[in-house]
Design a protein around this ligand. Sequence first.
Ligand code: HSE
Length: 334
Amino acid sequence: MKTVKIGLLGIGNVGSGAFQIISLNAASIAKSSGRNIIAAGVLARDKNKKRDIDINPDIITDDPDEILKNPEIDIIVEALGGIEPATTFMLSAMKNGKHVVTANKAAVAANYDKLTSAAAENGVQFKFEASVGGGIPILNAIDTVLRGNEFTEIMGIVNGTTNYILTKMTEEKLPYDVALKNAQELGFAEADPTADVEGIDVANKLTILIALAFGQYIKPEDIPTTGISKITASDIEEAAAKGCKIKLIAHAKMNCTGGADCEGCTGNGKLEYSVKPMLLPNDHPLAGVSNEFNAVFVTGNAVGELMFYGRGAGALPTGSAVVGDIIEIAKTIK
Ligand code: HSE
């Protein structure tokens, strides 16, 4: 059986989730994909740090070049987070002929064109399913089985941390700070949770969703964004009194398709987008999405409405999407 070697850049929450899945499910992955996938290099800031997972110390390095330039490695898994040096490492990996998988929404959103062009120029694959919705296979669905549609609307809860905080504030009356601390301890939050609570992480994910669904690159900083840091217990009580829940919503809508059926309409295919807390009636499907779960509503002109639901954060759900991308690439390596 063909062995495909991967190099992991970063062994934090996402990197260790992917590493665990590759070890835990090695036999079933080999059986279904016909590929033996093994980690041949792991980049870590501290080589000697005590870890919960069992990694051969010989493959751990603090020198990125030992992984990026290792001729035996076929696929680089970037799990560092943050825009830099992650983007530079991914571009360098592609230049060295390596396929790249990442969960890094900040880097993909900031450098979408650069990264996708570099992959095409170097004849390698670039996959980033885990960057939106954690374990939910939303990007792959938009890009493959739904490609026959013209998309008209996307509406979703795509940040586990803020959804967890809002859920705990609503259902258990936990103070904002306590709920945030719990989300951090559970491994849902970004290294700097400002990105979560101010909606920046959601804007990054909306940039990626828009790029795939609508073929437009809208920079995250150009998306009108409001987070949840100013939501108070009394806002939540007022919403409840109206039979509603507050949810942080990513929304993009093509207000007109610009097609022949848009007689008299002047919208001309203008895309509208925002990230903001919204009041949803309790019977709205997104109002029932709790804790770190995410959900994305997609409307296509052929398929109609679809809803994708699952765990949007956490080591194993996010690792599941990373490993799915690795396997898809590994199957194409002869
Ligand atoms: N901090 C992110 C979240 C992690 O809470 O959703 C997953 O992208």
